[in-house]
Design a protein around this ligand. Structure first.
Ligand SMILES: [Zn+2]
Length: 194
């Protein structure tokens, strides 16, 4: 048994069979419509096709063809951490948009720039459900891997790739962090406008 909508449409599932949230995402029906919903379908499209998370065009690639990913919350000490195989829901980014974002957002003073050889589809992030005594119950948010039984009990809101073949770009990381530091007092929309 797996979850599904009674009136399921093609766009409700991704290419790997994951079930995706609708505006009313409660599969029991009658869920509230919340403001500020993540753009589920946009994220899925960008992550599936490996497009820039900001402009939806081609992301930055290096000479080897690796994709540029910028993780917003990297380690404070720089790049001395093993990020091989990290699972990420933020799509890749083009260089111009990475610099724009870093220059606007103090949060990116801890970013890490990665070149990724094989960003392989891993699964989804979303709400997991289970059958309880009173029927279907939300268990909590988590990741589920494609082609595992757990996927059948998820309502996805983000597509996740596992980043294999990771090279940390120390120079670009330092450059992006500097851009962020230079604008510490500017507002960052994702940081509550501090
Ligand atoms: Zn872009």
């Amino acid at each position: 048994m797996t979850l599904g909508y009674v009136d399921e449409r093609a766009q409700d599932r991704d290419s790997e069979g994951g079930l995706w949230a609708r505006i009313t995402s409660d599969p029991r029906g009658g869920g509230a419509v919340h403001n500020a919903l993540p753009h589920y379908y946009r994220q899925r499209h960008l992550m599936r096709d490996l497009l820039c998370q900001v402009c939806a065009r081609a992301p930055a690639r290096n000479q080897e063809g690796d994709y540029l990913f910028v993780l917003p919350d990297g380690p404070k000490s720089g790049a001395a951490v093993d990020l091989e195989g990290v699972r990420e829901a933020a799509p890749p980014v083009c260089l111009g948009n990475a610099e724009d974002a870093a220059a606007r957002c103090p949060r990116l003073t801890r970013c890490v720039a990665l070149w990724v050889r094989r960003p392989v589809l891993y699964g989804v992030f979303g709400m997991q459900y289970a059958l309880g005594p009173r029927g279907l119950q939300a268990v909590g948010t988590r990741m589920a891997e494609y082609e595992t039984p757990a996927l059948g009990w998820m309502v996805a809101i983000q597509m996740v790739r596992q980043l294999n073949g990771v090279t940390v770009d120390r120079d670009l990381t330092a450059h992006l962090r500097d851009l962020g530091r230079a604008r510490q007092d500017d507002r960052c929309p994702r940081n509550g406008g501090a």
